[in-house]
Design a protein around this ligand. Sequence first.
Ligand code: SF4
Length: 451
Amino acid sequence: MAPRTSVAVVRPELRQITRDLNLHVPPSYFTTTTSRMPYETALAPLLKEDSGPLHLYLGVPLCEEHCRFCMYFYGYADADGRKTEECLVGLEDLLRAIAPHVERKVAGMYIGGGTPTVLGAPQIDRLLAAVNSTFEFEASSQQTFEMSPRSFSRDKARAIAKHGIRRVSFGVQSFDPNPVREAGRAYVTAERVSELIDTCRHEGITEINADLMVGLAGESDTSLCESVEILLQMSCPTVSIYRYRPARKAELVDNGGLDEYVEVCARRVQLAIEVADQHGYEISGRVDGEHVRLSAPGPCPWPEANLYETRYRPHLRNSLVGLGSGARSFLRDEQLVHCEHRAADGFRLVGREVEVEYCDGPSRLAAAIVNGLFRDLRVDLTPLRNLHEPQDWEQVDAALADLVSMGVLVESENWLTVDAAHRAEWAYWDKYLYPSDWLRRRQLSDRLRVR
Ligand code: SF4
């Protein structure tokens, strides 16, 4: 690549694309074609022995409430439990159907939704028994069950622990009543959250994570750091802070545009980090990114696995099997299976037609570099040179050479690093690396979120 010749100023059109298409956070993949097929057929290749680490995401598509910010809401649980039962039977049947194809152990599992604690304790017991009779787990696997402070109970915690699950995660979002009300959620008191944490610990579940959000309507500059303070006083082992992604252009306009919105959120996250610092918590993630994690002091009893997170990680190869609501399954970034399993569609999963997206070599390579640079501001090209054909590199090499010649990226010993002077602007520069067809399709779509 050509050596650095100048320090460039980010081009207005790259800023414009980023703002218009809500792309401060890059998508985890760039789709090139799509098709449809029965769910169990689409999943079968992911279960084969040689297809990389196997991670599971199981979704229960029912909730007690509909939070306005949520991308995962699929329907309300009913009072008589008919829907939860149908949903559970659908998952049990699908697990039975795919069991003969399972050739490898599971490296990680996340049971989410929706809200899986809308299931009763005996139903949780049945679901986990079905999972354990379908899959074996690697000894080091991380298994997580998502709980709700509203619907958890001691019996449910006991049913979860009985099947060997030692990690739970639950959403608080905020202890400030204003954003909670604006989000359409029922308010959960600190006392109830403390009870959840104590109950889990009592049942032997020691890995406990609470989710908070930044960027919700009605939030003040101090809502987030005050919520963090409350959770850290409970010695909550990890707290994850997620930045809300506005779903409609009108919301961005109300927030003064995307740049202003991201800046305000980053400032609030910075305040929360200062609180966590005072408690000796470790911080990972970028203040202006989508996810910042605060971890209790001392050696972390489990690594930052978050394996259901589908952003490109070369060592994981994104091989994840999604079962049920809103589930996505990935096979080496090439095949992506989506099941949007709404209550209104019924709960039968076997034979359900699901959407399958494919990513070609150049688009996978672009996603790898874009996501690597987003996450760490540097990326090692060596494994990518081994994984990708020369023709995959044609377009991306030209773009990388331009960025290096402008001094935006620095290349050294096969590592690409975002130059220090351009880090604040990297969220715009990275559009240079997006496949042009994908950007064109995104421009024609009125969706702002990427699934
Ligand atoms: S409870 Fe969770 S999954 Fe359900 S609507 Fe709220 S945020 Fe979404």
